[in-house]
Ligand binder design. Structure first.
Ligand SMILES: [Zn+2]
Length: 281
């Protein structure tokens, strides 16, 4: 059966997320969450960001209705729909129940989590169970789903994430928030057709760390088909100048570009958005 991948919500689309939908022998919704930066340049989310958040949440819920399997790569609020009424009023308990009801749910296990991660995972478990998926593998018809062992969330070792390889007609690897910093060997070994990965958060890295991430991502580009590089990396408007060799490579795209859309960097442009309303800001 053919496989189709649709990026649903990413930072290049104006929200914090790496949610995507894969259609195949089973329909899989990866990381069904979306959030915004609570503070950026001393400012709260702009109205346009709040509108985008609501729009993306709706899209994720619609795809959720068609999904058989839901995957949660780690316990940040931009990776799952929590059973709360937080996140700018964009979620409700009923919404979360509806999304997860009747689905097979695979998530990062509780092992190695820091305090906040564990708290979120446990509050999820108060309402809904999931299969701790670290290192496991499952087959559904012609489709195989393989989870990596835990790897660090970029340089943050106390925030473990799991990557997932979905293999059928194509081989897709969702590398979550590895940021071109962790999990590199695993991705090289798997050699997928398409990688979806958070790029390095260049705004808080030294120039040596940026150089290292750049050469690691170029090594990945050599052994993979295409790379969607997005999320943390796009919170700095100068991201292309920070990794010039990576962005010269035609295999590398943001999620919006992969869909043929222009990038919509709302968080990185927050101050600009407020200034348009209030020029003296
Ligand atoms: Zn994260």
């Amino acid at each position: 059966m053919s496989m189709k991948i649709t990026p649903l919500a990413f930072d290049s689309m104006g929200v914090r997320s790496m949610s995507c939908f894969i259609q195949g022998d089973r329909n899989i919704l990866v990381d069904p969450g979306v959030s915004l930066a609570p503070h950026r340049s001393g400012l709260p989310p702009h109205q346009r960001e709040l509108e985008q958040l609501a729009k993306k949440r709706k899209i994720i819920n619609e795809k959720g209705e068609k999904a058989h399997i839901i995957i949660i790569s780690h316990w940040h609020n931009d990776r799952h729909t929590p059973f709360t009424t937080e996140l700018y009023g964009s979620v409700t308990l009923q919404m979360a129940s509806r999304l997860y009801q009747g689905k097979s749910i695979f998530g990062k296990s509780l092992s190695g989590l820091n305090y906040m991660q564990k708290r979120r995972a446990l509050s999820f478990l108060d309402y809904c169970s999931f299969t701790p998926a670290d290192g496991l593998s499952f087959s559904y018809g012609d489709m195989k789903i393989t989870f990596s062992q835990s790897v660090p969330h970029g340089a943050a070792h106390r925030i473990p994430v799991i990557m997932v390889v979905i293999e059928g007609e194509r081989k897709i690897l969702h590398a979550s928030d590895t940021q071109g910093i962790s999990g590199i060997q695993y991705i090289l070994q798997e050699s997928p057709d398409l990688v979806l990965m958070s790029g390095p958060p260049v705004y808080r890295m030294s120039s040596e760390q940026i150089q290292r991430a750049q050469s690691d991502i170029l090594a990945l580009a050599d052994c993979t088909g295409e790379i969607i590089l997005d999320h943390h990396h796009l919170r700095d408007l100068k991201y292309r100048e920070q990794l010039p060799e990576v962005w010269k490579n035609t295999k590398v795209k943001t999620a919006a570009e992969y869909l043929g859309h222009p990038n919509l960097l709302l968080e990185a442009r927050r101050r600009e958005l407020f200034r348009e309303q209030c020029p003296h800001l």
